[in-house]
Design a protein around this ligand. Structure first.
Ligand code: FE2
Ligand code: FE2
Length: 283
């Protein structure tokens, strides 16, 4: 019988996007059906397997891609979003495979479900790209997302503090403007996909908050102060308002928590997706 770590590793070791989606769905389904042994016998890789498409560039070297509202800009947005979801699949299964043994089985339930949802998000965006005559891998993508995983590879508290609670939460802030951009260009399908993703992502952030709190309670330490110090230690970027307060609230990220880590408000840095292709969040 395959165990949890082997099923997670199979996802991370699969570079082909479509095969990765299949491996992710299989792992989540097998767990749900009780077909995975609750053991962790293999280690997770330092980096997931990748093909040469898309070429990965540092965020600063991402090309400008088309006038806002143009078809080219929409393809660039969908491609950048698909890349985030592709990396988010690996982030979810790495979390389960790397740290799952330290948690009760409900942790595996939650993050296997997250992983399956990230795979669905990727598949929806890839299908949307196909409708535009494009596909994932056609454009360069930025290589910043796995850095947070490497930075927090040794500590589940740091990982939860940064990946779901900072990066995925950032997605909650930028999604409403992405939805408006697609809908302003009469691309209602892409807008609809983003609405669905936005709903799911609240759940991903909420799972991050809940399991971070679980660890804090277990160690009897203050959750808010500890989160803020983890973020200052392990997250190099700035956490920039404006925040989507209602979505953050639903996920359990309170104003009190945000107040201790937020950078001064600078509206000029938000929503750079269509211009630079760099989306500073995780799916
Ligand atoms: Fe997510
Ligand atoms: Fe996602």
């Amino acid at each position: 019988m395959t165990d949890i770590s082997e099923a997670c590793r199979a996802v991370l070791d699969q570079p082909d996007p479509i095969a990765k989606v299949k491996a992710a769905r299989k792992a989540a389904r097998d767990w749900r059906m009780g077909r995975l042994e609750q053991r962790f016998t293999v280690a997770m890789p330092d980096r997931p397997a990748r093909t040469d498409r898309p070429p990965l560039l540092p965020p600063s070297r991402m090309p400008k891609r088309g006038r806002a509202g143009s078809e080219r800009a929409r393809i660039a947005m969908l491609h950048a979003l698909a890349h985030i979801e592709y990396v988010a699949i690996d982030l979810a299964f790495d979390l389960v495979g790397r740290f799952g043994a330290m948690f009760p089985p409900r942790f595996i339930d939650d993050w296997m479900k997250v992983g399956a949802e990230e795979a669905m998000h990727f598949a929806l965006l890839e299908r949307r790209l196909n409708a535009y005559g494009a596909r994932y891998g056609d454009l360069p993508a930025h290589d910043g997302l796995w850095e947070a995983a490497e930075e927090t590879a040794g500590d589940p508290m740091a990982r939860l503090a940064v990946v779901p609670m900072v990066l995925e939460a950032r997605g909650l802030d930028v999604t409403p403007s992405l939805i408006s951009r697609f809908e302003a260009a009469r691309d209602m399908r892409s807008g609809g996909i983003m609405r669905r993703i936005a709903e799911d992502e609240i759940g991903h952030v909420a799972a991050g908050v809940a399991w971070f709190r679980f660890l804090c309670d277990r160690e009897r330490i203050d959750c808010v102060q500890n989160w803020q110090s983890q973020v200052r230690r392990h997250f190099r970027g700035a956490i920039k308002p404006p925040f989507n307060d209602s979505s953050r609230d639903k996920a359990g990220l309170t104003k009190e928590m945000m107040a201790g880590v937020a950078a001064p408000c600078d509206l000029s840095h938000t929503g750079r997706v269509a211009d630079g292709g760099a989306i500073p969040d995780s799916g």
